[in-house]
Design a protein around this ligand. Structure first.
Ligand code: B12
Length: 218
């Protein structure tokens, strides 16, 4: 199968919510020599994005959204080790504590950000989803995190990012806070006093490098 057909196949398994086939399609793509990031951006995520748009307009329904997200998660299980393999020979650049804020269970974007940060040489502690502000603070303190990463996908839960940042500042924790998630913007990040915002996982890696004082490489 050529690259174009494989990308179409990746799009299809997510768009159609063919959960049971997603891992096999990801494996086939890697065997054919496709780059794991390309698989995400041009295949699986492109479809998830489209399902999200159609869910927003009422053309698709929650069970279809759930199936599409599950298909992406299965594909990620195959792609992640390939991303992580890049990590082994690199020196740790810093420790990032990452999570999705309270009330929000969207995890795919955060997971990809975590994978790429790991591949870039950061030590990543992923707290999961629906993480209360207090947990972010406790874990950042006990792990002496360099960076705290807050993901929010709902306009209603973005407000939790503000709360975490306020509490981090109040506690005087020496940690840089970066925020992200589909509804988050640079101006929102500035308004809530974040140290940085990134619109996707690649930009998140550049941002994290800047926040720990490492110059851009390559
Ligand atoms: C998949 C999905 C779900 C799945 C999530 C499954 C999972 N395990 O994660 C399920 C089905 C569970 C779900 C549930 C809901 N969802 Co939903 N969901 C989506 C969808 C389609 C895709 C999200 C996603 O994974 N995108 C792919 C990733 C790669 O992109 P990303 O998350 O944006 O992450 C990238 C960047 O934002 C950035 N980034 C992300 N996090 C971070 C963190 C940091 C620190 C940094 C620097 C960068 C960064 O880098 C990432 C990688 O490039 C979006 C549509 C959309 N366009 O966002 C709707 C969407 C977010 N959902 C929506 C809604 C309404 C809901 C529900 C309320 C639906 C319902 N009626 O129950 C529930 C809420 C549940 C809850 N309490 O959280 C709305 C939100 C509307 C709004 N204004 O708030 C959206 C926009 C759909 C729509 N068009 O209406 N959802």
């Amino acid at each position: 199968m050529d690259r174009g057909s494989l990308l179409e196949e990746m799009y299809r398994v997510v768009y159609e919510g063919e959960v049971h086939r997603a891992a096999a399609v990801a494996e086939r793509a890697l065997e054919a020599g496709l780059d794991p990031l390309e698989c995400l951006d041009l295949g699986f995520m492109k479809a998830l994005q489209q399902v999200g748009v159609e869910f927003g307009t009422g053309e698709k329904f929650l069970p279809e959204l759930v199936a599409a997200a599950e298909a992406v998660q299965r594909a990620l299980q195959v792609l992640e080790p390939r991303l992580a393999a890049l990590r082994s020979r690199r020196q740790a650049l810093g420790r990032v504590v990452l999570g999705t804020v309270e009330g929000d269970i969207h995890e795919i974007g955060k997971r990809i950000v975590g994978s790429l940060l790991g591949a870039a040489g950061f030590e990543v502690v992923d707290l999961g989803v629906d993480v209360p502000a207090g947990t972010f603070l406790e874990r950042a303190r006990e792990l002496q995190a360099d960076i705290l990463g807050l993901s929010a996908l709902l306009t209603t839960t973005m407000e939790r990012q503000r709360e975490v940042i306020a509490r981090v500042r109040q506690a005087g924790l020496p940690v840089r806070v970066m925020v992200g998630g589909a509804p988050v913007t640079a101006s929102w990040a500035e308004e809530i006093g974040a140290d940085g915002y990134a619109e996707d996982a690649t930009a998140a890696v550049e941002l994290a490098r800047r926040l720990v004082g490492v110059e851009r490489c390559g």
